[in-house]
Design a protein around this ligand. Sequence first.
Ligand SMILES: NC(=O)CCC(=O)C(=O)O
Length: 318
Amino acid sequence: MAATRLRPYIKSDGNAMWVSLRTPWFTVVSDIVPWCPLVNVKMSTLRVALLQLKGQPTKQECISNASAQIRLAKDKGARLIILPECFNSPYSTAEFARHAEEIPAGVTSKALGKLAAELGVYLVGGTYPERDGTKLYNTCPVFGPKGELLCRYRKMHLFDMDIPGQCTFQESAALTAGDELATFTVGKFKIGLGICYDKRFPELTACYRQLGCDMMIFPSAFDPYTGPLHWDLLGRSRALDNQMFVALVSPARDPTTEYVAYGYSLLCDPWGRVVCRAREAQEMIITDIDLQLCEEVKRQIPVLRQKRGDVYELVAKK
Ligand SMILES: NC(=O)CCC(=O)C(=O)O
């Protein structure tokens, strides 16, 4: 029997399927090839995994734990996989220098790049302390499916907070602040990067919106004191203001560490809804996000188009 020649067909609900080349566009349903791997894969969707990882005693163990979870995420079909802030070292100003490494020459970048290439995924490497000459940064690298470093984002707003008796942290005592936005694309998705405290600065996410991003990713290690009040609120606000998806990815909560991270990693949609959320322990949350939702919300509530550029303006200087 002669092999059937196929072409992709996108249904009105956005789902894609293969159909015979001979099939007229309007009679497609009767001619579906049932075993086709494209069936039920929406061209506008992206499967995202948020890995809420538990810290481990050594850097090598952190990398091994992350690698095992990344493999699991790939098995579940994730194309974009996100790790938390400071996933391979303690979140501590006293420890940053000891754990810092060059990016992408260091051991963590090499391991993540190799794994991204082996699995063919986009891997947002959470953050780890980066050494560049005499300077240290809190940096989020992104590796593409060929293992290449797609971009890096250096935390721009350093976490200097002092709530006596609750949380005192001075990241600026140990680190230099970055001053560049960083974006990458996965299919049709343009994605912007920030790190934890950065989400308190609405202008930053708005700048990414101006660049055309439909998703923001914030590897984070939020404090358990501010977490219950501000974590959801900030994620949802950035999503709603900018009509985009927002992923907040935390380490698992571990009460035995000096700095305790909040946990509760979550993903918000352009309506400002929390789509899925982890609890406190190590956990993977995985979901499909759909670009059409951004388009729909932008059409239905056109706040982005209705900004009054004649009265006020947001200017990205870099
Ligand atoms: N890692 C961070 O930047 C923590 C930010 C935080 O806890 C906050 O309340 O903001």
